[in-house]
Design a protein around this ligand. Sequence first.
Ligand SMILES: C[S@@+](CC[C@H](N)C(=O)[O-])C[C@H]1O[C@@H](n2cnc3c(N)ncnc32)[C@H](O)[C@@H]1O
Length: 221
Amino acid sequence: MRPTNWIDYDPSFIRQRYNDIASFFPFFELLFLLPPGIRRKAVRRLQLRPGDSVLEIGCGTGRNLPFLREAVGPQGHIFGVDVSEGMLSKARQLCTKRKWKNVTLIHSDASSYTVPNAVSGVIFSLSYATMPHHKEVLLHAWKQLQVGGNLVIMDAKLPPGIRGRLLLPYSVWIMKRTVLGNPFIQPWKELAELSEQFKIEELLFGSYYICTGRKPLATVP
Ligand SMILES: C[S@@+](CC[C@H](N)C(=O)[O-])C[C@H]1O[C@@H](n2cnc3c(N)ncnc32)[C@H](O)[C@@H]1O
């Protein structure tokens, strides 16, 4: 195993990979030591209120939907977009089981889906690093966010210093074989550039983060 540069995968390859792993997706939370409570925490950073609308980009099997639904309540609305129909079918099963009527799930590349009206919050949860065109997707998502709304990115990252450098070859190796998250990118810098108020919080010794950016009144894009 040795570090290599990341190869940006084709969207059809990403879609197929997620279709293949959809049935055992929760297993990856254990494999990658997803910190307990991180999803609830990430959703809390959106500062949503009952009746709000929210967009999850790369919503997958819907693991965040219970927290998003709790935040916006039955009067609010949740939009979830995902490129993998296999992942989305699990999310649909969850909505049916819980009888949620205010969740709209869309099968699309996130760069080409636009919500009907600007939303109160946008979240990328474990999805940003899987998108080769992440900057384009971020700018598109930013345009769909209401002024004063929060955009949250939650994901894994390499821990700082020597531990990160030692982990890099393993990280590249395992990512290519599983969830296709590019360990070389630094999404928090991309969000900080757009935001008025920006915060980042690290978890599990710097191997996970939640970053939040608020959309300012006067915004460039
Ligand atoms: C690691 S999963 C995370 C799923 C979910 N957000 C969660 O926290 O459990 C990444 C998701 O991003 C989706 N994805 C990757 N590229 C995408 C794109 N260009 N447009 C929409 N969804 C995409 C994948 O299909 C997958 O469901």
